[in-house]
Ligand binder design. Structure first.
Ligand SMILES: [Zn+2]
Length: 244
């Protein structure tokens, strides 16, 4: 899916939801998508977008021809999210201030690092969202290098292909395979079974909650009011009958 289609059809709908909503929807569809343990590195906003991927490996005899991240920033479009697979490594930072600035200039929504980042204070200052497992101050130079970009990577226990949809917020990170996006967004009403954009938790009285669509909520609420009115009417009639 190109970025124009994503922005026009999906961006606003997704931004109204949270990673918890999407994780629940993924469960219903039966696809694993929640990534455990990656968190916002400061109070950064929710981000959603198409993934541009980077895979990191250890530095060694084989030298990388290109600086880490530069290709990915180059390939990223406005609204995309750069996602880095450094297999949860907390000792080596693989994203910092200079890359953040470059990505911000390109309009990238943010970065998600399965590993560590640095320069969080600077990223916060120029408002570039950074999600990672932790921070370390040391440089990546001579320690790690880019193995590939825009190839399939692993984020936590989840497979991520370039172009899949990523959301990150205060609750964590969720990955949606791009061809499953419609299915994930098509929440069905428990009452009428129709697909609905937004389900509302409806309480039938007591502790029983159901996810229903807005139309059913209105109908069911009206039904509840009629029941209450009938109970009240019988009560008043009873009191009147007893007192006369
Ligand atoms: Zn309904």
């Amino acid at each position: 899916m190109d970025s124009k289609t994503f922005d026009e059809k999906y961006r606003d709908r997704l931004m109204k939801l949270s990673t918890t909503n999407l994780s629940d929807a993924l469960d219903k569809v039966g696809i694993p998508g929640a990534v455990i343990g990656i968190r916002p590195m400061y109070d950064c906003p929710r981000i959603v977008g198409r993934a541009v991927t980077i895979k990191i490996t250890a530095a060694g005899m084989l030298k990388s021809k290109h600086h880490l991240g530069v290709h990915a920033i180059d390939a990223a479009g406005a609204g995309d999210i750069i996602v880095i697979d450094n297999r949860g490594d907390l000792k080596n930072n693989c994203w910092g201030e200079i890359l953040s600035m470059g990505a911000k200039v390109k309009g990238v929504s943010g970065v998600v690092v399965d590993g560590a980042a640095r320069d969080i204070d600077m990223c916060k200052e120029f408002e570039f969202p950074v999600y990672a497992r932790g921070t370390v101050p040391i440089t990546a130079r001579g320690r790690i290098m880019q193995e590939s970009f825009n190839e399939v990577i692993r984020v936590g226990d989840i497979q991520l292909r370039p172009g899949d949809i990523v959301m990150a917020d205060i609750n964590g990170v969720v990955i949606i395979p791009v061809e499953k996006l419609d299915e994930v967004l098509e929440d069905k009403c428990e009452w009428c079974g129709k697909p609905c954009e937004e389900t509302i938790l409806f309480n039938f009285g007591g502790c029983e909650f159901h996810e229903v669509c807005a139309a059913c909520e209105v109908r069911l609420r009206r039904g509840n009011y009629i029941s209450y009115a009938l109970i009240l009417a019988f009560f008043i009639a009873g009191v009147l009958a007893w007192s006369t």
